[in-house]
Design a protein around this ligand. Structure first.
Ligand SMILES: [Zn+2]
Length: 149
């Protein structure tokens, strides 16, 4: 799905096209940050994420979703099989920048929509705080569970 976007750049409104996975989440914001081009998200997870977004009734800023095995092994102790690495049908995890009352509301709503893994990073500057959500379930990632960073 392609939708028109408008963003402000040095006072100019720039029109463009963004390839969307769901109504509110684009390929660009979900793909691996290393530049490899890996962008495979699990569509069942994306449907859940979109439903969470609609219940939250506010934008959700994704700080990390897909990570290729190589990138994940550089940025996470979870190595080449961490929760952000694509499974058979894509990545089933996202980190969302959020804090305070909205962070607690996100956890409540995420659980209601079937999120089974919740990681909490709620220390330090509010702008860097995040909640990890995922729907993994395998020998290395037993669910439901919750952890902190
Ligand atoms: Zn990568």
């Amino acid at each position: 799905m392609w939708i028109g976007t408008r963003r402000q750049f040095n006072g100019l409104i720039i029109g463009g096209l963004a390839m969307m996975i769901t109504k509110n989440f684009s390929v660009n914001e979900m793909k691996c940050h290393c530049g490899c081009g890996e962008d495979s998200m699990d569509m069942d997870f994306m449907d859940i994420l979109q439903n969470i977004r609609e219940d939250m009734n506010r934008p959700l800023k994704i700080s990390s979703a897909v990570r290729c095995a190589n990138h994940n092994s550089k940025v996470s102790s979870t190595g080449i099989t961490g929760p952000h690495v694509p499974r058979t049908d894509g990545t089933m995890a996202s980190d969302i920048l959020i804090s305070g009352a909205d962070a607690l509301r996100l956890v409540d709503i995420a659980r209601k929509h079937g999120i089974s893994g919740v990681g909490i990073s709620q220390r330090g500057p509010h702008a860097k705080r995040f909640i990890h959500i995922d729907t993994l379930s395998d020998d290395k990632h037993p669910r439901p569970t919750m952890w902190s960073y």
